[in-house]
Design a protein around this ligand. Structure first.
Ligand SMILES: *Cc1c(COP(=O)(O)O)cnc(C)c1O
Length: 439
C-alpha cells in the first residue's frame, strides 16, 4: 500500500493553498488524528486510495438513476464506476444485488423501510437503550413517526462468568414477534459487543411471516474479513455503512435478494435521494476491493484480538464489561463499579483532555439519561489500522484507568496526554505522507 493518493493530491492542505483558513483547519485535524487515540467504535482510517477517490473529479458528475438508465448524458464512465462498485459489493458479501448509492447508513435503513413497508406498519427492532440505532425507531427519528416500532432487548446481567448475560434474548424476540406480528424484523445494533447470528432471527421471521433486515453497519468489515458470521444467506436485505470496520469512505450501501432489487433501487432513488455521490461510490469500490484482499482478513482478526485485549485490560482496571466481554471490534463498559459517581459524560470529557477519544454510551437499564449515561463505548478498528497490537491495548486500558482516577489533577492528565502522544507516534495512520513532510 502506498500512501500517495493516485491522483497526486495530498489528502489535506496542498490543494487548499488558496484557502489558508481551511488548510489550517485540515492540518489541525490531521494533527489531532495523528497525536490522539481514536477509539470511537464507528471510526477508522481509510487508505490513501480511498481518500484519492473521494477527492476525485467524479464529484463533478450528475448521475441520477442507475447504470444504463440515467436521466442525464455523459455517464458512460460513471456507469462503469458504479457497476464496478456493485459487482465488488455483491462478490464481497455473496449477495444477488447491491445498491451503493445511499449517502449514509441512516438513508440505507430508511430506503429499506420505504421499500418494504406501508406507513403505520409494525417493525420489531432492538431497544435503543440496549444497543439499537436511532433509525430503529427512536422517538427522535422520523422512523418512529412513519412506522410503528416495537422492541426486543437483552437477557439480564448475571454474576456467573460463564454466562454473563446481556445477550440478545431470542425468547423475547419470538414472544414479541408472535404478539405484534411485525411486517419487518430488524437485526443489528450500534452498541453490542457480541456476534449476532442471523439464523434465529430468520426462523422467527418465517414463523410470523415477516421480512428480515440485518443492519450490519458496525461489523460489515468483520464479515468481509471473515471475523463475524455473514447474515446475507439469511436476511432478505442487509444494510451497512462503508466507513466503520469496512474502512471505506463515509456512506451506506444495501445488498438484497434479486426479487427485491427493483423495490430497493426505487426507494433509494427517486424515493429518498437525488443524484448519487459518484466520487464516494468510486471510493466504496476501492474499499470493497481492499476488503477482499488476504491482508484484510488479518486486519479483521487483529481488530477482534485487540478488542479482547482492551476488554481484559479495562476489566483489570475495575470497569464492568457489558455482555461480559467482546467478540467483535467494540467494548462497552459500565463505569459504576469503577466509580459510582463517574458519569459517561464526565469520563468522555476527561479522556478528551487526556488525548483519548471515545464516546459515552447508555448501558442496559442505565439509570442515567442518554445524554449523561453510565457507560463508555470503545472500538479498535481505527488504531488496529494504524498498527497497534494487543500490548498497546493493555497500555491504553491502563492510561484510561489512570486518567479517570486522577481526573481532578491537570498535571496527571497532561502526563497521560504525553504518553498517548508517544504511543500514537509509534503508530502513525499515514506514515509515508508524514515521511514526505506533507502533513
Ligand atoms: C452507524 C449506524 C447507522 C447509521 O449510519 P450513518 O452513516 O451514521 O447514517 C445505522 N445503523 C447502525 C446499527 C449503525 O451503527
Amino acid at each position: 500500500m502506498t500512501d500517495r493518493p493516485a491522483n497526486g493530491a495530498t489528502p489535506w492542505g496542498a490543494w487548499l493553498s488558496d484557502d489558508p483558513e481551511l488548510a489550517k483547519l485540515l492540518d489541525e485535524e490531521a494533527t489531532r488524528q495523528r497525536t490522539t487515540l481514536q477509539l470511537i467504535a464507528s471510526e477508522n482510517f481509510t487508505s490513501p486510495a480511498v481518500l484519492a477517490a473521494t477527492g476525485s473529479i467524479l464529484t463533478n458528475k450528475y448521475a441520477e438513476g442507475y447504470p444504463g438508465r440515467r436521466y442525464y448524458g455523459g455517464n458512460q464512465v460513471i456507469d462503469e464506476v458504479e457497476d464496478l462498485a456493485r459487482q465488488r459489493a455483491t462478490a464481497l458479501f455473496g449477495a444477488d444485488h447491491a445498491n451503493v448509492q445511499p449517502h449514509a447508513g441512516a438513508v440505507a435503513n430508511l430506503a429499506v423501510y420505504q421499500a418494504l413497508l406501508e406507513p403505520g406498519d409494525t417493525v420489531l427492532a432492538m431497544r435503543l437503550d440496549q444497543g439499537g440505532h436511532l433509525t430503529h425507531g427512536s422517538p427522535a427519528s422520523i422512523t418512529s413517526k412513519v412506522w410503528r416500532f416495537v422492541s426486543y432487548g437483552l437477557t439480564p446481567a448475571s454474576d456467573d462468568p460463564r454466562h454473563p448475560g446481556e445477550v440478545i434474548d431470542f425468547d423475547q424476540v419470538a414472544d414479541v414477534a408472535r404478539r405484534e406480528r411485525p411486517k419487518l424484523i430488524v437485526a443489528g445494533a450500534t452498541a453490542y459487543a457480541r456476534q449476532i447470528e442471523a439464523e434465529p432471527f430468520r426462523q422467527i421471521a418465517d414463523e410470523v411471516g415477516a421480512r428480515l433486515m440485518f443492519d450490519l453497519a458496525h461489523p460489515a468489515g468483520l464479515v468481509a474479513g471473515g471475523a463475524h458470521p455473514n447474515p446475507v444467506p439469511f436476511a432478505d436485505v442487509v444494510t451497512f455503512t462503508t466507513h466503520k470496520t469496512l474502512r471505506g469512505p463515509r456512506g451506506g450501501a444495501i445488498v438484497c435478494r434479486a426479487e427485491l432489487a427493483k423495490q430497493i433501487d426505487s426507494a433509494v432513488f427517486p424515493g429518498l435521494q437525488g443524484g448519487p455521490l459518484e466520487h464516494v461510490v468510486a471510493a466504496k469500490a476501492v474499499a470493497f476491493a481492499e476488503a477482499a484482499r488476504p491482508e484484510f482478513r488479518d486486519y479483521a482478526a487483529r481488530v477482534v484480538t485487540n478488542a479482547r485485549a482492551l476488554a481484559t485490560g479495562l476489566a483489570a482496571e475495575g470497569f464492568r464489561l457489558v455482555s461480559g466481554g467482546t467478540d467483535n471490534h467494540l467494548v462497552l463498559v459500565d463505569l459504576r463499579p469503577f466509580d459510582p459517581e463517574l458519569t459517561g459524560k464526565v469520563a468522555q470529557e476527561v479522556l478528551d483532555r487526556a488525548g483519548i477519544t471515545l464516546n459515552r454510551n447508555t448501558i442496559p437499564d442505565d439509570p442515567r439519561s442518554a445524554f449523561v449515561t453510565s457507560g463508555l463505548r470503545l472500538g479498535t478498528a481505527a488504531e488496529t489500522t494504524a498498527g497497534m497490537g494487543e500490548a498497546d491495548m493493555g497500555e491504553v486500558a491502563r492510561l484510561i484507568g489512570h486518567a479517570l482516577r486522577q481526573r481532578d489533577d491537570d498535571a496527571e492528565l497532561a502526563r497521560v496526554r504525553a504518553e498517548v502522544a508517544a504511543l500514537c507516534a509509534e503508530h502513525p495512520p499515514y506514515p509515508s505522507l508524514d515521511a514526505a513532510g506533507r502533513s
